[in-house]
Write a protein that binds this ligand. Structure first.
Ligand code: CTP
Length: 418
């Protein structure tokens, strides 16, 4: 194996605070004689010069004991936040110049899958690094970077991940990889789209075989959801197109609605991003184009709110004739009233011709509020009753339609109606 030191890449891509934290880990490991390595995604991203803030360290030994050693060596700087005894993992946090650096520590472990799609079972903890890397998904994610004194920054690349990164290839480590863990099919899609890489020929064939076999009754739907969310949140049309055309959807159902124009969703999301909440729900807009069946959403372990967004888009689509025929601003308002912006964009993906009306609602109509309230009506001498709702609604209608605007106009409008 060629010896490769990634000192330059490490220095360029790891922020200073993280470097300090890693140095503390390295010092502790050196004193205790425990080998430790950066592992997985962060190593991949160091090689390709991309920032990655998920600091994953694998400890050839017991990571919980190691976490305790680091905390004891750097009191006031390092805190032990979490431990997970069965897998012997720990989370520690360093306070570096008033910035918190989170670090995940895992013990090297050998795993096996009791049945396809199950969570893996741990066979050995604290094993050789090689056993830990060969349980992983792709060669590009199976590299380690030494944090040990004698060879700091030496790349440990038993499976030729470095070469595959250079050639832009995603390759599984063994033929059963997708059968063991079908979520890797979506991970392959995610990395392929995100990095612009191709699946190696054999890997592609294994993926097809796995999808054709339909052997994922027990698959962990929740993890599929997380990966699909990350993949579709990339907001790349290619992701949805490949999800459909390469039959990857079979992971969640035997059939789904087909959708030809994923490019329109990307355009819509880019155009209306500012109207969406802080949580990135782009993936739900994409899913709205292909999912209608609540059972499929259950298979994906979608939460009530997530399902409501997708079902909301489907409900709008069902009654779309009302919008096509809407002539007034209030008719448009009523059509979309109480819909989540993501549902509206999901609906728009299927009905791009209705963009003017949807855009008007999103940018303007939905923000319409009245100056007056029930209390104002009482102040005007009216007795609370069923008419209140009607009066307020009529005032809202006039306001949405642009007939009135100010407080005085609202009051004048109510007076005319009573
Ligand atoms: N991994 C795996 N099989 C999976 C999920 C993860 O083998 N189904 C391994 C890979 O080695 C991966 C590492 O666990 O690199 C960490 O997983 P995760 O944090 O999910 O992925 P990253 O590779 O860091 O991807 P991202 O950059 O998208 O966070």
């Amino acid at each position: 194996m060629t010896k490769r030191f990634l000192t330059g890449e490490y220095n360029r891509n790891i922020p200073d605070a993280v470097k300090k934290a890693l140095l503390f880990c390295s010092e502790t490991a050196g004193k205790a004689g425990i080998p430790i390595f950066l592992i997985g995604g962060i190593v991949r991203d160091i090689v390709i010069n991309q920032k990655n803030f998920d600091v994953d360290i694998t400890v050839q030994g017991n990571a919980i004991e190691f976490a305790g050693l680091v905390r004891d060596s750097y009191p006031g700087i390092c805190e032990l936040r979490e431990t997970h005894q069965p897998f012997k993992t720990a989370k520690i946090c360093f306070n570096i110049d008033n910035e918190w650096v989170k670090t995940d520590l895992a013990s090297t472990r050998k795993e096996s899958y009791p049945y396809p799609g199950s969570l893996p079972e741990v066979e050995e903890i604290g094993c050789e690094l090689y056993e830990d890397v060969i349980r992983r998904d792709f060669t590009i994610n199976a590299m380690a970077l030494s944090l040990n004194r004698g060879n700091f920054c030496e790349l440990v690349d038993c499976l030729n991940g470095y070469e595959d990164l250079g050639r832009g290839i995603i390759r599984v480590l063994h033929p059963n990889s997708f059968i063991d863990d079908p979520t890797r099919i979506i991970r392959a899609l995610k990395f392929s789209v995100r990095l612009g890489y191709k699946l190696d020929k054999k890997t592609h064939a294994l993926m097809r075989q796995c999808l054709d076999s339909g052997r994922f009754d027990n698959f962990a739907g929740e993890r599929v959801k997380l990966e699909l969310k990350q993949a579709l949140n990339l907001n790349r049309a290619e992701c949805l197109t490949r999800f459909i055309n390469e039959n990857i959807y079979r992971l969640i159902d035997t059939d789904i609605s087909h959708f030809e124009n994923a490019g329109i969703i990307k355009k819509i999301v880019n155009e209306y991003r500012d109207f969406l909440g802080t949580e990135d729900n782009t993936w739900l807009i994409y899913l709205s184009a292909i999912l209608e069946n609540p059972e499929t959403m259950e298979n994906l372990y979608m939460s009530g709110k997530e399902q409501a967004i997708v079902l909301g888009a489907a409900a709008l689509n069902e009654k779309k004739d009302l919008l096509i025929n809407a002539l007034t601003r209030f008719e448009i308002y009523e059509f979309f009233e109480n819909s989540e912006p993501e549902s509206i964009l999901g609906f728009l993906a299927k009905n791009p011709g209705l963009e003017d009306k949807a855009g008007l609602y999103l940018s303007e109509l939905r923000h319409t509020t009245l100056h007056i309230s029930g209390d104002s009506l009482i102040d005007m001498g009216l007795r609370p009753g069923p008419d209140f709702g009607r009066l307020l609604r009529e005032t809202l209608k006039a306001k949405v339609n642009g007939e009135i605007s100010t407080l005085e106009e609202e009051i004048g409008f109510v007076k005319l109606k009573i």
